[in-house]
Design a protein around this ligand. Structure first.
Ligand SMILES: [Zn+2]
Length: 368
C-alpha cells in the first residue's frame, strides 16, 4: 500500500488490523517520531553546517531515510533484511531522491564507515547498537528505545542487565526510563572519550526518544559522567532526593517521614534532558506538510517550558496520598508559584509537574 507522509510517498507492505503496531516495515504510530526527526535534522543543519551524512541504521521501508533525503541530507539506509533494502531502493526512486540502501549488519557498517548523524531505531533496546554508534559517529546520535518496561523498572532484572543500572518503578516511571537510558548512553559514549549533550528527549507510553550531540575529548566525557547520580525515593510518602556521583549513599530512613522503604535508583542521568533554545527552533521547523504538526507543536512547547529537575510529580498521585481532591492544574501550579516555588507542567502527562519544592512543601503550598 501507498503511504504519504511529510510530503513524500512510499510503498509499504500490506498490513492488517492490530499487527500494524508491531510491524517491522512501517509503524504509523511512529509518525510523530519521524516528523520530529525531520524537524531536528533541519535544526541541526543550522547548528552544525558541516553535518551532511545521515545513516538510518534500521531502515525498514526507508520512510525516515527518504524524508531525510527530501531535506537534503546525504542518506544511507541500512537493514539486515534484503526485502527491506529492496523496498528502500524503490522508495528512493519513487520520490526521485538520491540515497544509498545497503544490506548490512548495522554494527558492522557503523564500525567501518563514519557518519555525521546516526539514527538507531530498533524494536526493543538500542543497547546492542550503542557502542558502534558512539565509537564512530561525528556529531549527533538519535536513539529510540521501545523497551519501556525494563527502562522504568517494571521489568527490573531486564533493566539491570540491559542498562547496567538499577531502575525503580515509581510514580514518575516514564522519566525513570528517560534517565536510565541517558545514563547508559552517556557511559557508552564516555568509553570512547566522547561527551553527550541531550538536545531533545521525549517519552511516551510506547517509547523514549533522544537526540544526543557528541563532543570529542576526555574532558567533555568526564563532564557527562559528572551528570550521573542516584535517586532516593520514599515509597511511603513519595519524598525524593537526588545525589551526584557514581557511588550511592542512600539514607537509611526517609528524611521526611522516617519510613524505611527508601528505594535507590541509578546511576541515572541527573542533568538536563533537553536544550530549551534548540527545542524552540525545532518547533519552528515543524511545518504544515507534517501529519502530526499539531501534536508535535504541543509536545515541543511543553518540553521547552519544562524545568530541569531529575523527577516530576503527579498531582493526582499526591492528592490520593493526602486524601484530598485534586484541583485544576493551572490553579494548583499558581498556588505553588504564589508560595515562591518555580513550577512547570511536563510532557509526561496532563497532571504532571516539576518543581524544586519537596512533597511536604507542595502539600503546604497547595492546601485548598
Ligand atoms: Zn517518606
Amino acid at each position: 500500500m501507498n503511504v504519504r507522509e511529510g510530503g513524500i510517498e512510499v510503498e509499504v507492505p500490506e498490513q492488517e488490523g492490530d499487527a500494524i503496531i508491531d510491524d517491522v516495515f512501517f509503524n504509523p504510530v511512529q509518525e510523530l517520531n519521524r516528523d520530529l526527526t525531520v524537524a531536528v535534522l533541519r535544526t541541526y543543519r543550522d547548528r552544525e553546517p558541516r553535518a551532511e551524512y545521515y545513516l538510518d541504521a534500521m531502515a525498514a521501508s526507508g520512510i525516515r531515510g527518504v524524508r531525510a533525503a527530501a531535506n537534503d541530507w546525504n542518506v544511507t539506509c541500512a537493514d539486515i533484511d534484503p526485502d527491506a533494502i529492496e523496498l528502500c531502493r524503490e522508495n528512493f526512486e519513487r520520490n526521485d531522491l538520491p540515497g544509498e540502501a545497503v544490506h548490512r549488519n548495522a554494527n558492522a557498517l557503523m564500525h567501518e564507515e563514519v557518519f555525521d548523524v546516526v539514527d538507531i531505531d530498533p524494536f526493543g533496546t538500542p543497547i546492542p547498537f550503542a557502542d558502534a554508534a558512539f565509537a564512530n559517529t561525528r556529531d549527533l546520535v538519535c536513539v529510540t528505545a521501545t523497551d519501556t518496561a525494563p527502562l522504568c523498572g517494571a521489568h527490573f532484572h531486564s533493566g539491570v542487565r540491559k542498562y547496567s543500572a538499577v531502575p525503580r518503578n515509581t510514580d514518575y516511571h516514564a522519566e525513570m526510563g528517560v534517565r536510565i537510558l541517558l545514563s547508559a548512553l552517556a557511559r557508552t559514549a564516555a568509553r570512547y572519550d566522547k561527551g553527550v549533550t541531550p538536545l531533545l528527549t521525549h517519552a511516551t507510553s510506547h517509547y523514549v526518544r533522544t537526540y544526543l550531540e557528541l563532543d570529542e575529548g576526555a574532558t567533555t566525557a568526564n563532564g557527562a559522567i559528572d551528570e550521573l547520580g542516584h535517586l532516593y525515593h520514599c515509597e511511603d510518602c513519595l519524598h525524593r532526593d537526588h545525589e551526584y556521583g557514581l557511588i550511592a549513599d542512600p539514607p537509611e530512613t526517609c528524611p521526611a517521614c522516617e519510613g524505611n522503604r527508601v528505594l535507590t535508583a541509578g546511576p541515572v542521568w541527573l542533568g538536563p534532558t533537553h536544550d530549551a533554545d534548540f527545542v524552540d527552533v525545532v518547533r519552528e521547523n515543524v511545518t504544515e506538510e507534517m501529519g502530526t504538526a499539531k501534536k508535535a507543536n504541543k509536545l515541543l512547547t511543553q518540553l521547552s517550558g519544562e524545568l530541569h529537575r531529575p523527577t516530576h510529580y503527579d498531582q493526582h498521585r499526591l492528592c490520593k496520598e493526602w486524601t484530598r481532591s485534586a484541583s485544576g492544574m493551572d490553579e494548583f501550579l499558581e498556588r505553588l508559584r504564589d508560595a515562591g516555588y518555580d513550577a512547570s507542567r511536563t510532557h509526561y502527562g496532563g497532571t504532571t509537574f516539576k518543581t524544586p519544592a519537596s512533597v511536604a512543601e507542595i502539600r503546604a503550598a497547595t492546601r485548598p
